[in-house]
Write a protein of this length. Structure first.
Lengths: 431, 83
């Protein structure tokens, strides 16, 4: 079987790509291969309190319906995993697992008929997403240990919560923060175990980290910094965690939030150039002919930051998918976006804009409020803003995004930038 | 808090666009889909620039792209059509 456009990954990047291909080449055949047997849903929603507390119906996470794929003429192959790419014959091999397809079952069965396991493409998009990093701790395979990435993970955690008496969260990042907030709203005792000396080190600085930790403390959860789990104890189900300093914490649910990685082992023999992600130029083209990448899995040449960047957030994946789709259908559009992500919980907001990586050639200017109600850090490279982190600094995010996008020169302006009373909007180019 | 924008565009099936500011987390996916219709305000939440602009398909795609479903669409009879 063959398709003009084959998309590996049915998340927001892959689905946006299919959508944009349809606007440019409506007659071109498209298939989306998705390892999960679900149509597009919001991974952002999975760790939001309103969703977890059933204030929003569980079906609301789904952003497309099975009918949508049929109406668009997009073949959706759910529950199938790509296992090999041969760029010479332009073939993708899929696993031989059963086809369980809620979207377009009849189409899928016609195509595979239980036998064929290879699909040929004219143009291929690798929108692979990312997978939670494995927690390399003895006993981590016990029942009651969860990560949160998929809707199935969400369902398992929700089920587990019915009998949970106390919980441990491992890792100081967005998932840990959001899940800690949710578990507290369930009234559970929660302990956060963070290996680093402050929350989200090194992306956040010690002041920001302390503000987050204090908010979590006030919310009734215990944060243990500089701490690492040595072993998960229990018979079949988790009963305690033992820390490296010997402390034992009773718990019957553990949520791991220690970061994600891109699963690319299956591409090893394809000749595809990879680093932490799949390497791509500004058009999201890889080194292989007619192969593009988008979303969490792409490590692309960023035209604003002028360096290779890999980001894992919703709007980045969405716009990359759209750009890659248009380029697959014959356009030549560079991907350009200043993406941001933020979260709220425990009465505090944490936000990131642009590239917030700490690098030797970057300087950081802190915009401090005297009483530390908010804390905004501006990252500057080669005299231009490249990113920012903000605690309770939402009101400046939109302006900061624009300043980054417009390549605004801020050289020599550091004293102004550090003054919280200085209006950043005055730096925007006059229109 | 919800902000309602009545749409009077001729030929449009969408009669009202509602932004749920409690749900909006400023991802700006809608802005990337339909920048003529949506933008972020000073609180980094989405607002509608002019409800009579752009076409229904684009507005619907923008609403569908929101990962927290903070954009709610109603038809001319007041019936919710998304989500």
């Amino acid at each position: 079987m063959n398709f003009k456009y084959l998309i590996i990954g049915g998340g927001v990047a892959g689905t946006s790509a299919a959508e944009s291909i349809k606007t440019t080449d409506p007659a071109g055949s498209i298939a989306i291969v998705n390892d999960e047997n679900y149509v597009l849903y919001s991974k952002v929603m999975l760790s939001k309190p309103n969703y977890f507390l059933d204030k929003i119906g569980s079906e609301k996470a789904f952003l497309k319906t099975p009918e949508w794929y049929q109406q668009q003429g997009i073949v959706f192959l759910g529950g199938k995993v790509a296992t090999a790419l041969d760029p010479k014959t332009k073939t993708i091999t899929l696993n031989d697992g059963p086809i369980r397809n809620e979207a377009t079952d009849s189409q899928a069965n016609q195509i595979f008929n239980g036998a064929s396991q290879q699909i040929q493409y004219e143009k291929l998009l690798l929108a692979l997403g990312s997978t939670p990093r494995k927690w390399p701790v003895k006993g981590a395979d016990k029942a009651g240990v969860f990560s949160l990435r998929t809707i199935d993970d969400y369902k398992e955690i929700k089920e587990g919560l019915k009998t949970t008496k106390s919980a441990v969260i491992v890792g100081g990042g967005f998932i840990g923060f959001e899940m800690c907030d949710i578990l507290r709203t369930f009234g559970l005792p929660v302990t956060m175990i963070i290996r680093e000396p402050h929350f989200w080190d090194p992306i956040l600085d010690p002041i920001s980290g302390r503000m987050v930790t204090e908010a979590i403390d006030k919310g009734g959860a215990k944060v243990m910094l500089n701490s690492e789990v040595d072993e998960v104890l229990g018979t079949e189900k988790v009963e305690n965690v033992k820390l490296k300093d010997g402390t034992t914490i009773p718990c019957d649910l553990i949520i791991i939030g220690i970061g994600n990685f891109c699963q690319m082992d299956w591409l090893k023999n394809s000749g595809l150039e990879v680093n932490r992600g799949i390497l791509a130029n500004e058009y999201l083209e890889t080194n292989l002919p007619d192969v593009w990448t988008a979303g969490d899995s792409s490590e692309y040449s960023d035209v604003i930051l002028e360096e290779k960047v890999q980001l894992g957030n919703w709007v980045n994946a969405q716009v990359q998918g759209k750009t890659a789709g248009l380029n697959m259908a014959g356009k030549k559009i560079p991907f350009k976006l200043v993406s941001s992500y933020n979260t709220s919980g425990f009465g505090i907001n944490i936000a990131f804009v642009g590239d917030v990586g700490i690098k030797p050639d970057r300087i950081i200017v802190e915009r401090d409020e005297p009483i530390e109600k908010s804390h905004v850090r501006l990252l500057i490279q080669y005299g231009e803003l490249v990113g920012a982190t903000a605690i309770n600094g939402m009101d400046e995010l939109t302006t900061i995004s624009k300043l980054i996008e417009k390549d605004t020169k801020v050289i020599g302006l550091e004293p102004d930038l550090a003054n919280p009373n200085f209006d950043l909007k005055t730096l925007l180019p006059k229109t | 808090m919800r902000i309602e924008y009545v749409r009077n565009k001729e030929g449009s099936n969408i009669g009202k666009i509602v932004i749920d500011r409690d749900l909006c987390i400023g991802v700006a996916s809608c802005v990337s889909v339909d920048p003529e219709m949506f933008k972020l305000d000073d609180e980094h939440k989405v607002i509608v620039i002019n409800p009579d602009l752009t076409d229904d398909q684009l507005i619907t795609m923008a609403a569908q792209s929101c990962p927290t479903q903070a954009i709610i669409l109603f038809d001319k009879t007041g019936k919710q059509i998304f989500p």
